[in-house]
Design a protein around this ligand. Structure first.
Ligand code: LMR
Length: 341
């Protein structure tokens, strides 16, 4: 492989590294499937006191796999060490919800973690670090993290809604009897919660508006929407734990969408900071929006979307939920006294 020209090593920090999602994700990162075959990586893994033994096991397995691109594996429980010079921070570690819980039920427990990790990123990570928050409730955790990291551009923070986008594409493809790759322009608006809005108005199947292909509009408004909104919860009921493999896949998709140019005419969804958004969505929250990237790690918001009454009504509802979550974590964003509904 003399012709291979290696890129400069990048540092990827992963929290919750001893958990189920990471156990799928880390091996994908190490294999080159995410950042490409010429990109050497260092994995810096964050665990907790409780998980440090398991994390040592994870590191051993990564080393024993002899991945040619994996140049360094380090582990620790101090984010100020593990996030040092991170160019990507994949924040997975958090208490997951159990059967019957809503994701917002985790606000208090997990918010603290993301405040601390935001401070650590601010202090020691690369100043252009890209942060993907997976731990729930991920939108508000991303907001907390961002507010505690004032030296990192706000637009670098993402909340993972790609899993919802993938779920929505799958359901539309099944209903229309096409392969999922025929479904494009799929937006998830808002919160990664049961108020999220899978947008069948702007999505396309074989390049046509979904409503022209799927004539049963009642199915779209009711069954489809609810199925996507509740997919995570139903999965928890089945497995007794939250989704791990498909979440890892969607993290890979989310990263790839930022480092490869978005195909002409298409877009992807990500939970991003709303300041300056062109849709009239409340500012200063993290809201899932259609995005496009040139492949440089950055993105822009897609303006060519349409709205109807149904879509707007649903967007207002998920927006209200995020504003309420934000009020409930004011003590963690440096904005005063928390007020939870
Ligand atoms: C999911 O969507 O599967 C995850 O966010 C886990 C959960 O709480 O639903």
């Amino acid at each position: 492989e003399e012709t291979k020209s290696w890129k400069k090593l990048i540092n990827i920090s992963v929290s919750g590294a001893a958990g189920m999602i990471s156990n799928h994700l880390l091996f994908k990162l190490a294999s080159g499937e995410v950042f490409g075959p010429n990109q050497p990586i260092a994995l810096k893994l964050l665990g907790s006191e409780r998980s440090i033994q398991a994390l040592e096991g994870v590191a051993m397995e990564l080393e024993d796999s002899l991945f040619p691109l994996l140049r360094e594996v380090s582990i620790g429980i101090n984010p100020y060490e593990v996030f040092q010079d991170a160019e990507w921070a994949l924040l997975i570690g958090a208490k997951p919800r159990g059967p019957g819980m809503e994701r917002a039920g985790l606000l208090d427990i997990n918010g603290q973690i993301f405040a601390e990790q935001g401070k650590a990123l601010n202090a020691v990570a690369s100043h252009n670090v890209k942060v993907i928050v997976v731990g729930n409730p991920c939108n508000t955790n991303a907001l907390i993290c961002m507010k505690n990291a004032p030296n990192i551009p706000a637009k670098n923070f993402h909340a993972l809604t790609r899993l919802d986008e993938n779920r929505a594409k799958c359901q539309l493809a099944l209903k229309a009897g096409v392969f999922y790759d025929q479904v494009s322009n799929m937006t998830i608006w808002g919160n990664h919660s049961t108020t999220q809005v899978p947008d069948f108005l702007n999505a396309r199947i074989k390049g046509l508006p979904v409503k022209e292909v799927i004539k049963d509009h009642k199915w779209l408004e009711e069954e489809f929407t609810e199925k996507v909104q509740k997919r995570g919860g139903v999965l928890i009921q089945k497995w007794g734990r939250s989704s791990a493999a498909s979440t890892a896949v969607s993290i890979v998709d989310a990263i790839k969408s930022l480092i490869t140019p978005t195909p002409e005419g298409d877009w992807f969804s990500s939970g991003v900071y709303t300041n300056g958004n062109p849709y009239g969505i409340a500012e200063d929250i993290v809201f899932s929006i259609p995005c496009r990237s040139k492949g440089d790690g950055d993105y822009e918001l897609v303006k060519e979307v349409i709205f109807d009454d149904y879509l707007l009504k649903r967007i207002r509802k998920t927006e209200a939920e995020l504003l309420a979550e934000k009020r409930c974590v004011a003590h963690l964003t440096g904005e005063g006294v928390a007020f939870c509904d």
